[in-house]
Design a binder for this molecule. Structure first.
Ligand SMILES: NC(=O)c1ccc[n+]([C@@H]2O[C@H](COP(=O)([O-])OP(=O)(O)OC[C@H]3O[C@@H](n4cnc5c(N)ncnc54)[C@H](O)[C@@H]3O)[C@@H](O)[C@H]2O)c1
Length: 435
């Protein structure tokens, strides 16, 4: 590629940005599969990203501005789909990267969706409930022409659970002038939500891990687990694994963590978090110590479950990671450089685009139910989720072994095959030359 173009590409992507770095997985999967360059050129760029400044009336009468974005990364396999994140560190690069990951996650789960994502740069803990409602509705007002059941479908992400999604769905229906439940998934049950969505992301990761137990020589009777992040995903992961005999030895949240080598009961820790606002101070079965988030990541354990933010394990700390298996329940918790080093050292990283795809898999079922008007019971949802997770886990595990790839490379290869087929189905230069 000429230097001039490369500079242009670097300028457009931001050479050191998270998206530019994340594209490495796409680049190597494209080379491996000998994908047509048109496909790679298309997948390198977000299809469209919209930015909006949300102006909110605060409770004290003042006005405050919040930066926000919505990105539709690629829609070749169907309408774009992805959560909305409310977090103080949200940035354009982060939203576009998360949308890129969603594109591959939906393909890995074989859903008829492309990838999207949105976010608002906000610390929700500093807002009142009224301010949070105004912000949630303002987000929809700003992006309403961009979203829709056949265009871009929203969902929860960090700090946008339950009521926030209900406000958003309500606002979208008001603006569109009709009940439009399928534009936003993750809704409360009474508002067109689906059974089984609350713990779907965690349950998907749990099915994946349990399916790989024999291959990974994991014994649930004695395996130890450390969990970073104790929100929707971290809590339900801890709960499901604990119920099957796994020993949860450490849990953390944004305020810090606790460690007990005799084991922690996730229900008791959640009770403590409800009462005090954090996990610190909760007691386990034996001697419970307080630890930092950094210390939690370095613990000796069989399974480390990052379930909070991206870039928690990087070149700075990857030499200190002692877990045999990392189950990526957060999006992008291990940087590409750290992933290469850890994989080369024989540590198994079950990648986010597989491990946490249970959430979007059940969101798809919610969308299907909203459109058909026929609602499923929990066992039907769980059976479908289990089957999907096991099928895709097995396919990725087989590629990992057959092609001698890390699990992340295997997952990108698996997803790219499907996306490339849908791009190529619209014609490549070879098709037009032949006609
Ligand atoms: N909820 C879903 O369905 C879903 C689906 C796929 C992926 N994810 C990913 O899972 C992760 C967690 O999402 P969630 O829905 O559980 O969010 P959540 O808001 O329910 O919980 C987030 C948790 O992370 C903790 N946290 C925040 N900053 C932290 C830090 N610096 N160190 C340790 N803990 C910290 C918070 O205290 C909280 O316990 C995110 O990366 C999200 O993108 C979520």
């Amino acid at each position: 590629m000429p230097t001039k173009n490369k500079t242009l590409e670097e300028n457009m992507l931001g050479a050191n940005g998270m998206l530019a770095k994340s594209l490495e997985a796409l680049r190597s999967a494209s080379e491996r599969l000998n994908i047509h360059p048109d496909v790679f050129e298309e997948l390198k760029w977000p299809r469209e990203t919209l930015a909006a400044t949300l102006l909110i009336r605060m409770d004290d009468g003042s006005r405050r501005a919040f930066k926000s974005w919505r990105c539709r990364y690629n829609d070749r396999r169907g309408p774009t789909k992805g959560g909305v994140r409310f977090h103080p560190n949200v940035s354009l690069d982060e939203i576009e990267t998360l949308s890129f990951w969603m594109t591959f996650k939906c393909a890995v789960a074989n859903l008829p969706f492309g990838g999207g994502k949105g976010g608002v740069c906000v610390d929700t803990k500093a807002l009142s409930a009224n301010e949070l409602e105004r912000l949630s509705r303002a987000y929809i007002e700003a992006f309403a022409p961009f979203i829709g059941p056949d265009r871009d479908i929203l969902a929860p992400d960090m700090y946008t659970n339950g009521i926030v999604i209900a406000w958003m769905a309500d606002e979208y229906s008001s603006i569109s002038g009709q009940a439009s439940p399928s534009a936003i998934t993750g809704k409360p049950l009474a508002f067109g939500g689906t059974n089984g969505r609350v713990d779907a992301t965690a349950r998907g990761g749990y099915y994946t891990l349990r399916h790989l137990e024999t291959s990974l020589a994991l014994n649930p009777e004695s395996a130890t687990v450390a969990i970073q992040g104790f929100g929707n995903v971290g809590y339900y992961c801890a709960k499901l694994l604990h119920a099957d005999g796994y020993k949860i030895i450490a849990i953390s949240d944004s305020g810090g963590g606790i460690y007990d080598k005799s084991g922690l009961d996730p229900l008791a820790v959640m009770q403590h978090k409800h009462e005090t606002g954090g996990v610190k101070g909760a007691k386990g079965q034996g001697k419970t110590n307080e630890i930092t988030n950094a210390e939690l990541l370095e613990l000796e354990c069989d399974v480390l479950v990052p379930a909070a933010l991206e870039r928690q394990i990087t070149l700075d700390n990857c030499d200190k990671i002692n877990a045999r298996i990392i189950l990526e329940m957060a999006n992008g918790p291990v940087s590409p450089e750290a992933d290469r080093k850890l994989s080369a050292a024989g540590q198994i990283i079950v990648p986010d685009i597989l491990a946490n795809s249970g959430g979007v898999t059940v969101s798809h079922l919610e969308w299907v139910q909203n459109r058909s008007g026929f609602y499923w019971d929990s066992s039907r949802v769980r059976d479908h989720l289990k089957k999907t997770m096991e099928t895709e886990t097995q396919a990725i595990w087989a590629l990992h072994n057959e092609m001698d790839l890390s699990m992340r490379d295997a997952a990108y290869t698996h997803g790219l095959r499907r996306i490339a087929e849908s791009v190529e189905a619209r014609g490549t230069p070879a098709y037009f030359e032949g006609s």
